[in-house]
Design a protein around this ligand. Structure first.
Ligand code: FA5
Length: 378
């Protein structure tokens, strides 16, 4: 027969001096656990006569209650002390100056987009945007590629599984349009249509943004960036296009010896159409823009497509094609970033490797400005 009162006293003393939650738990198991002495004492009640039980039970019950109460109180005290200690240890003084070097950097594509906007703003262009989730009317039909047009197949389009019924917002777009297939835009050219529908002519915009095609190798990625340019006014001709692109590339690459070659091409939305190539040479495995592509040691690289806006496109976009005409171009932003900053694999742009970003990224303080230069390195 155990001595309940001296056992209780010993247990209460041990609980009072427990210094950790683990030590306290050991005390709880020792007294109240399945095989603890209080539990065992409670079990003995079953084998007693009613008189014995009436005499013994109150002492055991009160031992259990006082030990449980002491355990709870001590547990709360230890937890509060642990929290205090943690708060003291983890104090952060927000008034201290920052000591760590900033870790983030501006992605070269974002930097180049800012450079583009800066240069074109100086030439009087506004920046326009459009949705990346587009419908086939804006992405193809209004750009003179009807449903059977072979150029659609060349775009390797990502379509969404559902056809979305319903008409467009503006009735001029709606003619004969029962339902529109939804897709990821394959180029920034639908922004031409959206901008003309929204603001009419004259117009002078660039539209940088993401585009998507099911395509992947060292110079093609399924998501890439283009910048669209559109100028619609009276008496605009191909000479304006060449001057605009040349002036842009001279400012962008920060050199005067930029030579462009406009190569006859075909786009359904421009007539005539020209592909824009730039002359470059290779120095130490790196492509360096400049010079005539046919000169010794030089070659041409395609940067984008362009041309005079097809009058069918002006008509789709609600612009009077007898009064207005203009030019449009679409350049691969990633391509011109690679050429300017010397990367050779486009896929690395979107790997998110911090070493690549630390090497090719820019400081957020490195805002491109025409006065300070649009190409300063981090
Ligand atoms: C177009 O996308 C036309 N919308 C361009 C245009 C606009 C023509 C306005 C006339 C008037 P294209 O498919 O050639 O054209 O693409 C234009 C540029 O985007 C290419 O020259 C290239 O620089 C870039 N590009 C195309 N596909 C990829 C890709 N998968 N990855 C990276 N860049 C690409």
């Amino acid at each position: 027969m155990i001595d309940i009162s001296s056992q209780t006293e010993a247990a209460l003393a041990a609980i009072a001096t427990a210094e950790t939650l683990d030590a306290l738990e050991a005390q709880r198991l020792d007294a109240l656990g399945k095989k603890g002495w209080v539990s065992l004492a409670l079990k003995t009640l079953g084998g007693m006569s009613p008189e014995e039980r009436t005499a013994a039970a109150p002492a055991i019950q009160s031992a259990r209650a006082s030990i449980a109460e002491a355990l709870d109180a001590k547990k709360a005290a230890l937890e509060a002390a642990a929290l205090e200690e943690q708060l003291a240890r983890e104090t952060v003084d927000l008034t201290l100056p920052a000591v760590a070097a900033p870790k983030g950097s501006v992605h070269p594509v974002s930097q180049v987009m800012d450079e583009l906007a800066e240069i074109f703003a100086d030439l009087g262009f506004a920046v326009a945007t459009g949705p990346e989730i587009e419908d086939d009317w804006h992405n193809f039909t209004a750009l003179n590629m009807d449903e059977t047009h072979p150029a659609r197949a060349m775009h390797d389009t990502f379509y969404f599984p559902d056809r979305t019924p319903g008409g467009p917002a503006s009735s001029s777009e709606a003619v004969g349009q029962q339902e529109r297939e939804i897709l990821l835009r394959t180029h920034t050219s639908p922004v031409q249509i959206r901008s003309m529908l929204a603001q009419g002519a004259p117009i002078r915009i660039i539209a940088p943004g993401r585009v998507y095609r099911s395509d992947s190798d060292a110079t093609h990625t399924p998501m890439f960036h283009q910048v669209e340019g559109l100028v619609i006014d009276r008496d605009i001709h191909l000479g304006h296009l060449k001057w605009t692109l040349e002036t842009f590339f001279k400012a962008f690459f920060e050199r005067e010896d930029i030579t462009l070659r406009l190569r006859p091409s075909y786009f359904p939305f421009t007539e005539p159409s020209v592909e824009v190539d730039v002359g470059y040479s290779t120095e130490g495995g790196r492509r360096v823009v400049g010079g005539h592509g046919d000169a010794p040691g030089h070659a041409w690289m395609e940067l984008g497509g362009s041309g005079m806006v097809n009058r069918r496109v002006l008509e789709f976009a609600g612009v009077d094609a007898d009064e207005y005409q203009g030019f449009a171009f679409g350049l691969g932003i990633d391509r011109i970033a690679m050429l300017k900053y010397g990367m050779n694999d486009l896929r690395a742009f979107f790997d998110g490797d911090p070493r690549w970003l630390a090497h090719y990224g820019f400081s957020p303080f490195d805002q491109p400005t025409l006065s300070a230069g649009v190409g300063a390195r981090a």
